[in-house]
Design a binder for this molecule. Structure first.
Ligand SMILES: [Zn+2]
Length: 176
């Protein structure tokens, strides 16, 4: 991650990759992106957003069954955003606000790019993760079936459809 988690930090302002600063107390858990004074929209994710924000729950369950996390906890939004921050260290900042009790979440990530681009990045990383997991599977049939499906999988089209079909303000996307 671009910024190490500092336990005990009560500082609530964050420097964004674009050079602007924001106060996390101005962010809302329901926000998916915000219009920055630099002129761009930046994607926002907080740790209480369920991974279902990005992919169907069935796939989330599959990921949870397949992926062993280092900490042993359930695979979730924190791991997804960790992958995004690792892939785009210059474009993603994270902030530990766990000491800042008023905001309702413990970790927030802000990306240089907008929420739609972030969604595509997350889906691409999940596809890579699954591809990697499947390639270690001792099952040639599963590997070739997965690879076949991936050949036909269009990330951009999936994201467009998912964002259209899901009500992002609905209870399924609310904090858990
Ligand atoms: Zn900006």
């Amino acid at each position: 991650m671009a910024e190490p988690r500092v336990p005990g930090s009560r500082e609530s302002s964050v420097s964004l990759p674009c050079g602007e600063r924001i106060d996390v107390r101005d962010l809302d858990m329901g926000m998916r992106e915000f219009a920055c004074s630099c002129g761009d929209d930046h994607a926002i994710v907080v740790d209480v957003h369920p991974p279902g924000r990005f992919v169907p729950e069935a796939l989330v369950s599959l990921l949870r069954e397949t992926i062993d996390t280092e900490s042993g906890e359930q695979f979730g939004t924190i791991h997804l955003m960790g992958m995004v921050a690792e892939e785009f260290p210059e474009e993603v900042v994270s902030k530990d606000v766990s000491e800042n009790g008023s905001v309702g979440y413990a970790l927030v990530w802000v990306a240089e790019f907008d929420a739609r681009r972030l969604h595509e990045v997350v889906v691409e990383l999940i596809v890579e993760l699954m591809d990697h997991a499947i390639s270690h599977a001792d099952n040639d049939e599963a590997i070739s079936s997965f690879e076949q499906q991936m050949l036909e999988f269009d990330v951009s089209e999936f994201v467009t459809q998912y964002r259209r079909e899901r009500d992002f303000q609905g209870p399924a996307d609310g904090p858990v």
